[in-house]
Design a protein around this ligand. Structure first.
Ligand code: HEC
Length: 119
């Protein structure tokens, strides 16, 4: 217990020194998203950009097979429940609507999801 807190006291001046050094670091400009990963312009695209690019690029979205709106909704719920994406219900709805329209099975372009084998 004590050993740990003493360690923190010793570390603090080091961290402070490091953070004042960090302030002299210049900002960098990242390259634009690759052309393939650009989201189609449509209502809701900004909500998707704000909520769906924190953990991975848009490639994950645009390269999916064309699944229907209901499956996109499931995908959004998976990002929230499994991976902990902090997305409000209202935003989740706008995102699912956008994805269903722009990347749904009706949207055309891209690969079609393979038909489920009949059992
Ligand atoms: C909290 C981090 C996080 C956020 C925010 C996030 N994702 Fe993901 N996403 C992941 C992780 C982790 C994976 C799995 C990566 C892997 O398997 O390599 C993933 C994978 C995916 C995949 C690939 C298919 C799959 O199910 O693995 C799709 C499509 C996807 N995300 C879409 C979205 C969409 C749409 C949003 C916005 C609603 C979003 N993601 C926001 C973490 C996130």
């Amino acid at each position: 217990m004590f050993g740990k807190s003493r360690g923190a006291v010793v570390l603090l001046p080091v961290l402070l020194a490091a953070s004042s050094l960090a302030q002299t670091v210049k900002s960098i400009r990242l390259p634009d998203d690759n052309a393939l990963g650009r989201l189609k312009p449509a209502p809701g695209v900004e909500v998707v950009r704000q909520n769906c690019t924190a953990c991975h690029s848009t490639d994950y979205i645009v390269l999916q097979p064309r699944i229907d709106a209901q499956h996109w909704e499931g995908e959004v719920q998976k990002m929230i429940k499994v991976y902990g994406a902090p997305i409000s219900d209202a935003d989740a709805r706008s995102i699912s609507d956008y994805l269903g329209r722009a990347y749904g099975s009706e949207a055309g372009g891209g690969k079609q999801a393979p038909a489920r084998p009949k059992r």
